[in-house]
Design a protein around this ligand. Structure first.
Ligand SMILES: O=C(O)CC[C@@H](O)C(=O)O
Ligand SMILES: [Zn+2]
Length: 393
């Protein structure tokens, strides 16, 4: 049985393989309650993230997850994949902000793990088993999540840099100078920016550099926030790390800048066939794989590019070509995963394992851990009816 949500996954987690029954979640789409005092919002699983967030904003709250697919992804799917997105740096991941879930188990039991408290040390935190289990242990039907307060002052800086070393220094300075108002720190390399600009006819506020960073602050005092931001930018320009940049707090300009980043994944798909990777790597060697892979695939690829959530050590590595090529695929995999494993990274930072990464789980998890995952699966779903063929082989 396969629960279908917004169908925005990238690893085939919700794509039926052969004999599954498809379970549409679509009618479980009600917002249940939003409490401005406690900040707790609850809803059914098939609420579209953007709609749920809009309801929360009416009460001065913000749902603590934001991603490019927000206009169609379901919050239940976000939980079952432990989706990350653009502001994990600010919000933390869903394991931290989800307070409770209701889950339907393989034997039909409705497991009520709903809770309205952040502090609730009453034995095992079973909800964590279902968050990120990709529908293999139970089907999430309802949830309660702790929202944050809407920030009254948001600024975005978009800057150009020459080297990855400068990117790292700038990230360090962003943390030091901006502190708690830093809400996103994204990396966009030259080729990624070129793709979104060309495919969507966008205009970048600065010329193309080898690297770009999108740095966002969210605070409550515009004067105070822009002072901090200017001080930080001045420092990085004086040190020669930032070569050019623009800062804005105008809503439409902020949206224009975010578009440059958020449209990269689809721009790359529009431009031919694209092999997509989503890995966590230690920051010091974060970008090394891009030129290495470029050399390794040579002329087989049209473009190798890297972008993503620098602030979370999460690189989106995309290799594009005119059309699917088996030869290129075999050059990339398992090469990328061997590289990731050598650096003790993660073969899936935020997109999950689904169907397409099952064979690579072993690069990021010990055999003991995989055995334990199998035992948990057997306990909760002895007949293997929940999202079969996914996550585990
Ligand atoms: O498609 C990708 O490579 C990344 C998609 C998504 O995680 C993003 O950060 O935009
Ligand atoms: Zn991402």
């Amino acid at each position: 049985c396969e629960a279908i949500g917004g169908n925005t996954g990238l690893v085939g987690g919700a794509v039926p393989v052969c004999d599954e029954i498809i379970l549409s979640m679509a009618r479980l789409n009600k917002v249940l309650n939003i409490d401005e005092i406690t900040g707790i919002a609850s809803c059914e699983a098939a609420c579209i993230l953007e709609n749920f967030d809009a309801k929360a904003r009416e009460k001065g709250l913000v749902v603590p997850i934001d991603l490019g697919a927000k206009s169609s992804c379901h919050i239940g799917g976000n939980l079952s994949t432990n989706a990350g997105g653009l502001r994990v740096l600010r919000y933390g991941n869903l394991h931290g902000s989800v307070l409770g879930v209701e889950v339907v188990l393989a034997n039909g039991t409705i497991l009520d793990l709903m809770s309205n408290f952040k502090k609730d040390n009453t034995g095992y935190h079973l909800k964590h088993l279902f968050i990120g289990s990709e529908g293999t242990l139970g089907i999430i039907t309802k949830l309660a999540i702790l929202c944050q307060t809407v920030s009254s002052s948001v600024h975005v800086a978009f800057v150009g840099l020459n080297s990855f070393d400068s990117v790292l220094k700038t990230f360090l300075n962003a943390k030091r100078y901006l502190g708690e108002i830093l809400s996103a720190c994204e990396l966009i390399d030259e080729r990624s920016l070129d793709a979104s600009v060309k495919q969507y006819n966008l205009k970048s506020p600065i010329e193309n550099y080898p690297f770009h960073m999108l740095i966002e602050t969210s605070g409550s005092n515009a004067i105070h926030d822009s002072e901090k931001l200017n001080f930080f930018l001045e420092h990085c320009m004086n040190s020669g790390d930032i070569l050019n940049g623009t800062v804005t707090n105008e809503v439409n300009k902020i949206q224009e800048i975010w578009k440059l980043r958020e449209l990269i994944p689809t721009a790359l798909i529009r431009d031919g066939f694209c092999f997509k990777y989503d890995i966590s790597l230690p920051l010091r060697s974060f970008y090394d794989i891009v030129p290495v892979l470029e050399g390794h695939v040579g002329k087989l690829a049209k473009r190798v590019c890297g972008y993503g959530h620098l602030g979370d050590s999460n690189l989106h590595l995309n290799v594009s070509c005119e059309e699917y090529s088996r030869e290129l695929y075999e050059r990339i995999e398992p090469f990328i995963y061997e590289h990731t494993a050598k650096l003790k990274g993660s073969v899936s930072a935020e997109h999950g394992i689904g169907f397409t990464k099952k064979n690579y789980l072993k690069y990021s998890k010990s055999s003991e851990a995989i055995t334990m995952m199998r035992e948990v699966k057997k306990l909760l779903d002895p007949s293997g009816i929940l999202n079969p063929y996914k996550v585990l082989n």
